[in-house]
Design a protein around this ligand. Structure first.
Ligand SMILES: Cc1cc2nc3c(=O)[nH]c(=O)nc-3n(C[C@H](O)[C@H](O)[C@H](O)COP(=O)(O)OP(=O)(O)OC[C@H]3O[C@@H](n4cnc5c(N)ncnc54)[C@H](O)[C@@H]3O)c2cc1C
Length: 559
């Protein structure tokens, strides 16, 4: 066997597909979940969140929030099925909100992707990441009557993942756009072209002809399952990497160990091992294999093979605090309506009265954020890269008036969490610490963005639709009160990255720019855990881009 790929998720199936295009290359994908075929909770993206808490969801327990000791955000969803999280990824609002969003597919900003290169990741910049992302996309333009602007040249037109818009835009959207513009924002035709700075509709990973979800399984595996060199073993959990040599600085993997549903242990040999088990899945496998912080591993009785302190660190998550208003009418809308995205530089978002405080908070480097990543974030700020994303949606409950939901998202928090194993047991859940709001800067960003949203919503014409503020309650308008609101109502976006960071070793890197694990000859990590900087977007399009580019590097084809 040439390659064993751990995890048939978003990234894993892309890599398997591209490698097996060469019939002489053999690949085995080991996936913990089943094939998901016939599961309507996966195929129908309008069945919002129906897959969560079922057997196709890992339901990762998370640790109590450090700033609020008794509270946790509960079990976090992650796909445990062919297609991985691309099969269940729909917006997940845990709190009061009744609105959910679609299976968003959008790219980040050139300034963010160029920062990957500035961090020392040769070959990874806006141009190469955008090109790889477009390779994954097959964009279906909306009907002319849908009243949705777009720019065809900002999209890939012949890739494996179908993208399209939900449906026609309801008239209230014009008033939302007008209020954003009247309050000093801008309208853009499309935010997928590398300059994310305005309000626009976004695409979903959806095949418009039958309104089914497009996943890495539907796009990269099922149509190719007759390739004899593309093998998949389902319902097996990989526990660790096996080594044929642990020579210092050049460890050689011989394959992996896995357990089946009976608890029987198996091994499989391969020339190259690729971990694509996700941001919370890949680091635990490395740690159980002796790759990680040597002191920590030895405390668990695991012999250190490669001392790599970055493994499991640098966990980054985008955070939000949903806001809601009641409208003066009951619009006939589906629960998931078309929606808009508004992104602007942080300097514009916070307003001049908050800028000095914000910049003084940005000047404080959190203790577990490396100099390199801290400087990258300051560079993003200085380049006026987008920092706050606003999800805007209108929904109508079973009874009563429609609700406007407007959610500020802090795209680039400074706080960093971690994921680490708690024992040598290969199937035990790791300990996941988000460490949200470690940096007061993160709270302030959400509060200042919320204040600005309040001013947009009170600007005509959208203000004429509003009858009252639901959340936060009326009167919560000061920065102090809005910070308290953000702390009490924080929700996560499930856009986790960073735990097998791509970057120089001295900056906490786990993999080099070819995504090979430092100190190994033949072990790679290819999934969201290598992403060093969050995009001003939802994450999957960037993960597809990472996987496409990594596969191209492996097959040495030009991208
Ligand atoms: C609830 C939710 C909502 C989201 N919403 C959006 C959205 O609307 N838009 C967007 O762009 N992004 C969204 N995301 C993020 C996006 O889906 C993920 O970032 C992306 O899919 C991650 O890809 P990955 O390849 O890193 O991991 P995954 O796709 O999660 O793949 C990991 C795979 O590895 C398997 N695996 C793990 N451990 C093992 C093991 N030990 N042995 C064998 N197999 C294993 C898993 O079962 C899984 O199939 C969402 C994510 C979630 C969870």
């Amino acid at each position: 066997l040439d390659y064993v790929i751990v995890g048939g998720g978003t990234a894993g199936l892309v890599v398997a597909n591209r490698l097996t295009a060469n019939p002489s290359v053999s690949v085995m994908v080991l996936e913990a979940g089943g094939d998901g075929l016939g599961n309507i909770n996966i195929s129908d993206p309008t069945l919002i969140g129906a897959a969560w808490g079922t057997q196709v969801d890992w339901q990762f327990p998370t640790e109590p929030l450090l700033f609020d000791g008794n509270r946790t955000l509960g079990n976090a969803p992650r796909g445990k099925v062919l297609g991985g999280s691309s099969a269940i990824n729909v917006r997940n609002l845990r709190l009061k909100c009744i609105v959910f969003f679609g299976d968003v597919f959008d790219r980040g900003d050139d300034r963010e992707y160029d920062e990957w290169l500035a961090l020392g990741n040769t070959g990874w910049n806006a141009q190469s990441i955008m090109a790889a992302g477009e390779k994954a996309e097959h964009f279906f333009a909306p009907n002319a009557t849908d009243d949705i602007d777009y720019t065809l040249t900002d999209h890939g037109l012949s890739g494996n993942i179908a993208t399209s818009y939900n449906s026609a835009a309801p008239p209230i959207h014009d008033d939302i756009i007008s209020s954003v513009v009247n309050a000093g924002g801008r309208e853009t035709a499309d935010n997928d072209g590398g300059y994310v700075n305005g309000i626009a509709h976004v695409t979903n990973a959806r095949l418009p002809s039958n309104n089914t979800r497009s996943t890495s399984a539907t796009g990269y595996y099922f149509p190719y399952s007759n390739r004899t060199n593309f093998q998949v073993t389902l319902n097996v959990v990989v526990t660790k990497i096996l080594w044929s040599s642990t020579a210092s600085g050049s460890a050689v993997a011989s394959g992996v160990e896995y357990v089946d549903t009976d608890g029987t242990t198996h091994t499989i040999n391969a020339t190259t091992v690729i971990l694509s088990a996700g941001t919370w899945g890949s680091p635990p496998i490395l740690e159980r294999s002796g790759v990680g912080n040597a002191t920590f591993l030895e405390s668990l009785g695991i012999e250190s093979v490669i001392d790599l302190p970055g493994v499991g660190e640098n966990l980054q998550e985008q955070i939000m605090a949903p806001m809601e208003w009641s409208l003066n009418t009951s619009l006939s809308l589906n629960v998931v309506t078309p929606f808009l995205l508004n992104m602007e530089s942080l300097q514009t978002t916070v307003g001049s009265e908050n800028l000095a405080t914000l910049e003084s908070l940005l000047d404080v480097q959190p203790p577990n954020l490396s100099d390199a990543l801290y400087n990258a974030h300051k560079a993003l700020y200085n380049k006026s890269a987008p920092w706050v994303e606003e999800y805007i949606s209108v929904s109508t409950p079973a009874s009563g008036p429609s609700v406007l939901t407007w959610i500020p998202v802090n795209l680039h928090p400074l706080s960093r969490g971690s994921v680490h194993i708690v024992s040598t047991n290969g199937t035990e859940y790791p300990s996941i610490q988000y460490n949200l709001f470690q940096s007061p800067f993160d709270t302030y960003v959400l509060a200042a963005a919320a204040q600005r949203i309040q001013s947009i919503v009170s600007t005509p014409p959208i203000s004429n639709w509003i009858t009252g503020q639901i959340s936060p309650s009326a009167g919560v308008t000061s920065i102090e009160d809005l910070q308290a609101f953000a702390l009490a109502n924080v929700a996560v976006t499930n856009h986790i990255i960073g735990t097998a960071l791509m970057g120089p070793l001295e900056d906490g890197g786990v993999v080099d720019a070819s995504l090979k694990v430092y100190g190994t000859k033949n072990v790679y990590v290819i999934d969201a855990s290598v992403v060093p900087i969050e995009p001003a977007a939802h994450l999957q399009a960037t993960v597809y881009a990472v996987a496409e580019r990594a596969a191209a590097l492996l097959t040495s084809t030009s991208d």
